[in-house]
Structures are given as structure tokens and as C-alpha cells.
Design a protein around this ligand. Structure first.
Ligand SMILES: C[S@@+](CC[C@H](N)C(=O)[O-])C[C@H]1O[C@@H](n2cnc3c(N)ncnc32)[C@H](O)[C@@H]1O
Length: 228
């Protein structure tokens, strides 16, 4: 199914979980992006399209340079910014990225044809739930940055597609701190998202099957891997 893209601004930009001065410092004092990719970033900023923030970009660069993944799967391409960041950080890797929104798909195609010089990135169009069934493993990194309520539903298939030592990363899990608020006190239209995230936490936290780590980068990044 193709949905209409809602350019809602990221709640985290207005209600940061980490002290605003520290977020500013993380974003401004570390190495800045340069080159062509900044054109994609400026487009995202000017058009209010949410993409991974700078501290997450730098974390991905670090993680990918340590893990040297051969295959990466991303759910939630938008205009291709994070996929291009990962392609740059892992020049040898193949990156499969999924999006279901037609407007985003068109913009991503334009950006990939301009900036994916090594043709590392394969864009799969459609709802991730469906596309995931058509993929085969193994992926060393699976990055979920799509509808947050669905992370828990994508998890079983993602685990099947994950390489033995692979890692899953899920973005925006703090929801600006709303995960701490009782469900009935959350706006009605946010409850499905919050219920999905809480089901995810119930499944993966304190479960001997998984190792998890929550990083306060951006609006919260959850890392999950199989326990040894
Ligand atoms: C936050 S944006 C992704 C940003 C991108 N990862 C980046 O940092 O450059 C989320 C994207 O996920 C897509 N999306 C949401 N739910 C999806 C689903 N179930 N299947 C495929 N794409 C989905 C939306 O269309 C949107 O383009």
C-alpha cells in the first residue's frame, strides 16, 4: 500500500530528551559533513523531511567502519540520505533500502542516480511488511527508520534475515520521552505508535534471546542482537 507522506516535524527537534546545549554541542563541534551529500541534507532540511541527525550520522560512520558490513538493510529510505551516508561509510557494502511512499521514492531515485556513484544501493518499493518476505539474508546491519508502531511486527522477519553476528538498529524510540507516559494520557492518535513501541520493549528487553542497548542519539536509537 502506498501512503501519503506526512511531513510532520520530528518531535525531538522541539522537545529534546538530551539537554539542548549538549545536542547542539554534539552537532556542531564534531566533524561536519562535506561534499555532495550536503545537497541531500539541505533538501531534507528545507523541505522538512526527517532524516537521521548529525550525531547519528557520525555514530553510523563509526559503527560501519568497525563492523565492515557486506550487506545492509534499511526500512525507511525517504530521500536516500541515510542510505547514502551508509554507502559512503561502507564502500564495499550492498545496501537494500525500502520505502512505500511514492513522493519519497521519486526523490530517492533522483538522489541515488546522482550520488550513489558505486551503485551500492538497491531501492525496493512497497510496504516493508511485504518486501521483507521477498528478501533473503543475510544482512549484517538492519536499520529501521519507518513507522515506529511496526518495528515490533518487523522484528521476527528481521531476525530471520539477520546474519549470525548482525545487529538491528531502530531509530526514534524515545518519542521525545512519551514512552514514559501512561498510554491513556497520550493523545489518542499517538496511542497505536506507543503501544507498538511498548510491545517491542516487552519483547526485547530483559529477554535472554537478545542483547539490547539504548543510545541517546537523536530521538533514541535501540540496538538489538542475538545473545551469544
Ligand atoms: C524518517 S523517514 C526515513 C529517513 C531516512 N532513513 C533518512 O534518515 O534519510 C521514514 C520513511 O519511512 C517510510 N515508511 C514508513 N513506514 C513504512 C513501511 N511500513 N514500509 C515502507 N516504508 C515505510 C516513509 O514513507 C518515510 O519515507
Amino acid at each position: 500500500m502506498v501512503d501519503t507522506y506526512k511531513r510532520t516535524s520530528n518531535p525531538m527537534m522541539h522537545r529534546p530528551v538530551v539537554k539542548p546545549e549538549l545536542v547542539k554541542w554534539m552537532r556542531e563541534s564534531q566533524t561536519q559533513l562535506s561534499g555532495e551529500i550536503t545537497e541531500v541534507l539541505s533538501f531534507a532540511k528545507n523541505n522538512n523531511i526527517p532524516v537521521i541527525p548529525h550525531e547519528t550520522v557520525l555514530y553510523f560512520q563509526m559503527l560501519l567502519s568497525l563492523l565492515r558490513p557486506k550487506r545492509i538493510l534499511e526500512i525507511g529510505t525517504a530521500i536516500g540520505f541515510s542510505a547514502l551516508v551508509m554507502a559512503q561509510a561502507s564502500p564495499e557494502a550492498e545496501i537494500v533500502t525500502i520505502d512505500r511512499n511514492l513522493e519519497m521514492i521519486e526523490l530517492a531515485k533522483e538522489n541515488l542516480s546522482k550520488y550513489d556513484h558505486r551503485q551500492q544501493i538497491i531501492l525496493k518499493e512497497g510496504d516493508a511488511q511485504e518486501v521483507l518476505t521477498e528478501l533473503s539474508g543475510a544482512f549484517d546491519i538492519i536499520f529501521m527508520d519507518s513507522a515506529k508502531s511496526k518495528y515490533v511486527e518487523f522484528l521476527p522477519r528481521a531476525m530471520e534475515l539477520l546474519a549470525p553476528n548482525g545487529v538491528i538498529l531502530m531509530d526514534d524510540i524515545f518519542q521525545a520521552g512519551e514512552i514514559l507516559i501512561p498510554i491513556m494520557e497520550i493523545k489518542r492518535n499517538q496511542r497505536a505508535l506507543e503501544r507498538g513501541l511498548r510491545r517491542l520493549f516487552d519483547e526485547v528487553f530483559d529477554n535472554p534471546k537478545y542483547l539490547t542497548s539504548v543510545l541517546p542519539l537523536g530521538d533514541g536509537l535501540l540496538m538489538i542482537k542475538r545473545a551469544e
